[in-house]
Write a new protein. Structure first.
Length: 122
């Protein structure tokens, strides 16, 4: 019996989620719209601090919301968003590494290497 190695990549779309119910929902707090915006920015950046700041809130309050009663759907969306954000960062890093490798491997880059080493030694 043969098993195939498969790589599971995270989904590229955010799951729908039910916002965390809030007993008191001040206009400046974690409204359903802000929760959705946070998840979207988190998927774009993978950064909790920047995602919270985008909604005018703190990273601490985001972590508090994640631990709140009834937050399971929000936690699942958070994890999916982080997976998407991390995959995007990995993709960008790989693209940049390949671009740098290709530019060093090109005949033009090799022909400029002696001049570049002279310029950096001055």
């Amino acid at each position: 019996m043969s098993t195939k190695n498969t790589i599971t990549k995270p989904a590229r779309t955010l799951p729908a989620f039910k916002p965390v119910p809030r007993e008191k929902e001040p206009a400046s707090g974690w409204t359903p719209a802000r929760q959705q915006a946070f998840i979207e920015v988190l998927a774009d950046t993978s950064g909790v601090k920047s995602a919270a700041r985008a909604g005018g809130l703190s990273a601490k309050s985001a972590h508090d919301l994640r631990r709140a009663k009834g937050a399971e759907p929000f936690r699942k969306a958070w994890e999916a968003a982080r997976d998407i954000g991390i995959q995007m960062i990995e993709d960008v890093a790989m693209d940049r590494a390949l671009k740098a490798w290709r530019s060093r491997s090109s005949p033009m880059a090799n022909s400029l290497a002696p001049a570049a080493s002279i310029m950096t030694s001055c």
